[in-house]
Design a protein around this ligand. Sequence first.
Ligand code: TXA
Ligand code: MG
Length: 325
Amino acid sequence: MSDSAKQKQIIQAVNILQAGGLVAFPTETVYGLGADASNPTAVRKIFAAKGRPADHPVIVHLAAPEQLNTWARDIPAIAWQLAARFWPGALTLILKRAEHVCDQITGGQDTIGLRVPSHPIAQALLQAFGGGIAAPSANKFGRISPTQAAHVQQELGDQVDLILDGGASHFGIESTIIDVSGATARLLRPGAIPLSELNNIIHGTAALTPAKEMTRTSGMLLSHYAPVTPLKIVPKTTLSTLIKTLLSADNKIGVLAHSVMPTEKHEHLTWYTMPAEPISYAHELYSTLRAADAQKSTIILVEAVPEQEAWLAVKDRLKKAEGTV
Ligand code: TXA
Ligand code: MG
């Protein structure tokens, strides 16, 4: 697409947002389903399109860190330090909300999630629009986030006024969420930015919060980020035996494995060789799960990933897809 055609699309997108419509747009993490964050009626349309319960807060996307002041209050120094280091980028900060922020955004809570994305199309859109864009991932509630425009088209095509196509998302996994609204910084969702990088700034005070405290963060719910097909995480040592057993019982299976190679060929077995390194694995994960879903298998088996911290976000998404976190 030429630069002037791209510019025209951004103007069209801004017009849609101003008129209270929905625009899906690419970010460096996953695609977002955007609406004018200061228009409660428009924000309600996001919930209707996704089938998302009304008490789940959505992230507001901003063009630049300076806009934090417009959307949050009592901003601690650590928030500015994190913003300076990671924005624009794949970090979401939870802060105390500013007075004017509507309940549709916050799910009625006193906090707001804010992020300045780096993707050039997201940036162009935010700069041209000027205000905040409320945007959860552009998928049906509980399902896998889209990492390509075609995924949004398939899942929400008829409910979105415009889909901006920015190619495959760079990270392919959602932003890391840190809550800095309280006395200590807390990690609410591991994500595209690894903990090791965050801890350089937070000096090791970010700690995983037990899931039971986090029911208001939909990313912390059971069976989130899930394919339609049941998924099971299987240790490397038992994978081939389980495959044999399932195939002999006439199952159709998809296997995602990063170190085990296929031992047999079978018409009911589809093997997806995953990268052996966590960042590339994350990049491939959702599109591979979508592909495995499309095979209409009885079950998707995933070789368990390593326990190291670098795999934290991938492990979290796999457990949620399995329904065990
Ligand atoms: O990478 C991302 O974060 C993508 C892109 C589009 O920016 N967005 C995304 O949005 O993943 P969503 O809605 O699918 O997930 C955002 C998570 C949800 O689990 C939501 O509950 C949580 O952020 N969240 C948003 N505002 C919050 C708040 N005020 N307090 C606690 N959690 C919040
Ligand atoms: Mg989501």
